[in-house]
Design a protein around this ligand. Structure first.
Ligand code: PBG
Length: 334
């Protein structure tokens, strides 16, 4: 018998009783949202004391490295525990072999150091994927029209090592190459970085919702073809479960589902089946579509923002990577 059947018949059972006042609704609320649920993605660029608007993401800017500690201080004050860094790489540094990705002094690594030097309380997360550094926009090395796996993993390990050396707290492999979690975990263990954690983008789909992000990091114009030979087919749910299981068994500490809103069923399944720390990425296209509707007056922006974020908690996620982090935190704190 399902527990849904253990209910008095109407009128003994009137579910509206528990919705009658704010006090009673507060008493029986099942999930809640807090600034501690957020990971805040920030775009960084070269230069000094400057910010550049990302046109397809209203309200989002690329910031110069010297401004990052100010943002980190803001995150700390708002109660946001973590920031994730995404670099806008000078096009002249993009190459076929992506050497800039493991340069100890590249933009991303300078950004990590800038935050950790001034606001060490913030957990700094990185993106481990070659696309910002790749002349053809792919997450792995492209040869003869193919993204090759094993050599890409070697490059990703060098990249992750440079990030860990710069002080990153969490590596976020978003590349979807096979074997990268075990390789990164082995590198961290053998290089004195055993306390650096891995939040694997395990269930990362080949999605059209990443469009505005690729503008933000300057990868849209350059991407040759698409990412369907490594990112998951949006039709597949079982495959996502296999990827989560694999990444956990290779040493991922936390797992991610990406995008979020259109894949909320996957979030729920992942938490229910694995019970591991589970995160969703509310990606750039999800942010852009809510902002666009709000700017047109078609939706109440703050309300849909909070409702969309709460949905991830209800689905079972422990947290969300979201561009709304500071705005949502301000409302939740007020
Ligand atoms: C790249 C990466 C992407 C995002 C995060 N890391 C884009 C992609 O896979 O093409 C997307 C984030 C977003 O859309 O907000 N490895």
């Amino acid at each position: 018998m399902s527990y849904f059947q253990v209910q008095a018949p109407f009128p003994a059972n009137r579910p509206r009783r528990l919705r009658a006042t704010p006090a009673i609704r507060n008493m029986v609320r099942e999930t809640s949202l807090s600034p501690t649920d957020f990971i805040w993605p920030v775009f960084v660029m070269d230069g000094t004391d400057n910010a550049q608007a990302v046109s397809s993401m209203p309200g989002i800017y690329r910031h110069t490295v010297d401004r990052l500690s100010g943002l980190a201080q803001q995150a700390l004050e708002l109660g946001i525990p973590s920031m994730c860094i995404f670099p806008f790489i000078d096009p002249s540094l993009k190459t076929q072999e992506c050497e800039e990705s493991w340069n100890a002094d590249n933009l991303c690594n300078r950004a990590i150091r800038a935050i950790k030097a001034k606001v060490p309380e913030i957990a700094v997360m990185t993106d481990v994927a070659l696309d910002p550094y790749n002349i053809n926009g792919h997450d792995g090395i492209l040869r003869d029209g193919r993204v090759i796996n094993d050599e890409s993993v070697e490059a990703l390990v060098r990249m992750g090592a440079a990030q860990a050396n710069a002080g990153a707290d969490i590596l976020g492999p978003s590349d979807m190459m096979d074997g990268r979690i075990g390789a990164l975990r082995g590198m961290l263990e053998s290089s004195g970085h055993e306390n650096v954690s891995i939040l694997s983008y395990s269930a990362k789909y080949a999605s059209a919702f990443y469009g505005p992000f690729r503008d933000a990091v300057g990868a849209s114009g350059v991407l040759v073809s698409n990412k369907e030979t490594y990112q998951i087919d949006p039709s597949n749910g079982e495959e996502a479960m296999r990827m989560i299981a694999r990444d956990l068994s290779e040493g991922a500490d936390m797992v991610m589902v990406k995008p979020g809103m259109a894949y909320i069923d996957i979030c729920h399944r992942v938490k229910t089946e694995f019970k591991a720390p589970t995160f969703a990425y509310q990606v750039s296209g999800e942010y852009a579509m809510l902002q666009a509707a709000a700017k047109n007056g078609w939706l109440d922006g703050p309300k849909v923002m909070l409702e969309s974020l709460l949905a991830f908690k209800r689905a079972g996620c422990d947290g969300v990577v979201t561009y709304f982090a500071p705005e949502a935190a301000k409302i939740l704190n007020s």
